[in-house]
Design a protein around this ligand. Sequence first.
Ligand SMILES: *Cc1c(COP(=O)(O)O)cnc(C)c1O
Length: 382
Amino acid sequence: MNEVCLLPGPVTLSAAVQAAWHRPPLYHRSAEFMTLYAQVRARLASLAGCGDVALFAGSGTLANDVVAATIAAGTSPGRGLILENGEFGCRLVAQAARFGLMPRVLSWPWGRPWDIDAIAAAFDDEPAGSWVWGVHHESSTGILNDLPALMALARQRGQRVCVDAVSSIGGLPVDLSEVALASGTSGKALGSCSGIALVFANRHKLGPLDLSRVPTYFDLHAALDHTGPRFTFPSPPLQALAAALTDYATPAQARARYDHYQFLGCYVRRELRRLGFLPLTGEHHASPTITTFAPPDGTTSEAFVELCHGRGFLVGGQSRYLSERRLVQIATMGALERTDVAPFFDDLSPLLPAARTPRGLVNTAQRRIAAPVEAAGRCAIR
Ligand SMILES: *Cc1c(COP(=O)(O)O)cnc(C)c1O
């Protein structure tokens, strides 16, 4: 059966990206590889309006580890601040701790966006030149946090901003021109395979660093300064990412891609509401690419995932941080059209009790999730 992938990764690959992945391997010191590597870096930097970007062979978590290592290598990193309103914010706290950082953590319950006023108040307690780190698109809840508002605030207060843009980059316009550091991945909204961790950097925002004690592989300055990769780098994910980036080659193409994602996300949320499911996140803060919701009462996340699988659709719900809270999610990233997604709602609606008794069904879980007790983040990975 031809399954429709509504997971936040792996995502549906276009034929061009798949073909690029399957090209014969290139030696990572060859001229062809070096040209492609430089081209991919330049395209990514320009897509995000960022000064530079380093590539590492690995997943998004590696990019966040590099960010944490780099913050910790600041000659006076200070206390700093982490913003946490979901699983991935929670992981940043854990990752920072591993590099000896002990930031103040501002937390909000799952499904609530950053509170900009609370962040402003917290900045008042931070010395100028301190840092703040948060997740732009919190993939666990589908919330899009207000990065432009955070940037504006940080500009006024002289704070350095680091962002986890792993699931936002490629999914909507993301302006990284004023951040110090940001993470991304090849395998989500950019529409390629996973395997390349992206670390965006504006060097003049980094301040003095002592990278001599940072693990060799994580040395961001060295990675940025090197023309090609510092170490062995697999060519399939690079070739696939280069192919995926052609969808963003001109501003008009990028715009069309973002509009398409926006359209699909609206469609998914509208259809879910029509079937009686309430997205965890309010429309105003909804990300275009991931929608999280509770399955019908009495149905576990795993059972819902199985039900969908039986109908030919792969949906999210197997991650512990979702199943523990009885949540599932639909992501529309990569080469998906409305016509791919529409049968999901048509096929499932007769099977779901929610379709017969709209409303009510999702509300118990909804209330449970929104309860403040959930705010004290227990993250799945430490
Ligand atoms: C997926 C994701 C990560 C982790 O990426 P991996 O590729 O699983 O290592 C980190 N942050 C966010 C926001 C993500 O969506």
